[in-house]
Design a protein around this ligand. Structure first.
Ligand code: GTP
Ligand code: MG
Length: 136
């Protein structure tokens, strides 16, 4: 069994979509939410989290957006949850995302795509340590 880091981005929180998005995760069989926190992200955390994108044209606006309001951070555990939450989210560009996915149902702008989910076991371990250092 796996665990993954999920972030509900500031657009999701502002638009009142926390319940809608968490509900979709919660209803999947054999998955459990094992930590959950509403918080604002500082620059150091964002730099560490999005370090792979540093230097790309969308990096600065992405970091500004991610610090524009509170986010919700969750740890989700369960069967194939890393690939599973990525599937629920849909592709990065919400216009390319299928209706039925979170980004496909609620997004239009690439930057404001509602949700982050770890993309591999390695990213999940690194991101979980960054956001939930106390996690055992
Ligand atoms: P995350 O789960 O947030 O990491 O999204 P992702 O894995 O689907 O995308 P990726 O890691 O490649 O990019 C991180 C975030 O940067 C995306 O979710 C978008 O918000 C933003 N982003 C990525 N590519 C672009 C782009 O080409 N243009 C813009 N404006 N934003 C982008
Ligand atoms: Mg990513």
């Amino acid at each position: 069994t796996q665990r993954t880091l999920v972030l509900l981005k500031p657009d999701a929180v502002r638009r009142g979509l926390i319940g809608e998005i968490i509900g979709r995760i919660e209803r999947k069989a054999n998955w459990t939410i094992s930590a959950l926190e509403l918080r604002s992200l500082d620059q150091d955390t964002l730099e560490a989290h999005y370090g792979e994108h540093k230097g790309k044209p969308f990096y600065e606006p992405l970091v500004a957006f991610m610090s524009s309001g509170p986010i919700v951070a969750l740890v989700v555990e369960g069967e194939r949850v890393i690939e599973g939450v990525r599937q629920l989210a849909g592709p990065t560009d919400p216009i390319a995302a299928q209706p039925g996915s979170i980004r496909g149902d609620f997004g239009t702008i690439v930057r404001e795509n509602l949700i982050h989910a770890s993309d591999s076991e390695e990213s999940a371990e690194r991101e979980l340590k960054l956001f939930f250092p106390g996690l055992v």
